[in-house]
Design a protein around this ligand. Sequence first.
Ligand code: F0G
Length: 390
Amino acid sequence: MRTWLRCVECGRVVEGFAYRCPSCGGLLEVEYDRLEIRLERGESIWSFSGALPVRERVSLGEGWTPLVRGRSGAWLKYEGSNPTGSFKDRGMAVAVSHALDLRCGEAVCASTGNTAASMAAYCARAGLEARVIVPRGKVAPGKVAQLVAHGASVEEVDGYFDDALDAALAAARGGAYLMNSVNPYRLEGQKTLAYELVVQLGRAPDAVVVPVGNAGNISAIWKGFRELAGLGLVDGTPRMVGVQAAGAAPLVRAMETGRLDPVGEPETVASAIRIGRPVNWPKAVRAVRESGGTILAVSDWEIDRARLELARREGLFVETASAAALAGYRRALEEGILSAEEEAVLVLTGSGLKDPEVRLPGPRPATGRATASRRPPGSGPPGEAPCPPG
Ligand code: F0G
């Protein structure tokens, strides 16, 4: 198999490795002369090695996570059951393998916690030095414990994820291998979620609902579906529905304007997606447009409530950011963006054990909605009660 990188902005082909297009600075994407996707059940993401651009194969058994039919009617893809408890393991298995291919000895990332935890574990496994940069005081405690346990060196910066990413980019210029999702190799691992869904469902779903922070995952999953469609392995492709927290939702506007106005001080209870300047926004906008999907913003109240609903009605304890998928699904049904008859998959991105503080939301605050409701009064969704039954 031969692979190369192509700039998603200007189309330039880049041989060798880069994080950005040398001509225009655009994001890069991996392309293949021949993709081989075996649509059958496997033990790890490496069952799709015919569509992964590396020689080494570092693995902790990532991928092949459960797909559970929810009582809500939607399918729940539980990424919390990956080895380090989040979807990041899919990407990290490939990116760490690529670092070994390139003989890099040190890996670096900025993170709200999960990328760092995953990188620390895979670097431990592969014998690489792991250096993580996180926003001070803004990482959930379970993730901090993972960093310590796996022996990563941790730097804290004052500010937000976006500031940590600037520091990680500087470290990468110094020669460390960058594990953030601006790295197109990492996203190759994450596209395997699309392949898995097609094996597990026997077809592509109608919609995939994904919490969005730095916007890598929604872009990666869409690439997976595009590849399957290009090979004629699926009849249709799903609408990609991205969900941001209302206090950190620059992509909602970017969808309308086609450019990104960063949010300077992003605020949300969903610390994993507290990001004001998503690096992958051009890829995400393309994914949403091509797929006929949308980006929604949901309030913290809706996220907390969805988290409790997942725990109490579905039996799944997810981390706060992951609950944005259900909050977004409910909103999409309310607003007529999706219908209950459509087969939707909610990507539950991480385990609740990482983020053990459980907030019990009170009654919906008057300002609890991110945008004005379009539904008539009195026709609310089931269970407007503050908490789902305990
Ligand atoms: N859900 C969880 C649990 C996450 O940790 C993240 C991102 C996302 C959703 C959003 O994914 O960035 O690809 O749009 N966490 C990153 C981190 C930023 O550093 O762990 P995205």
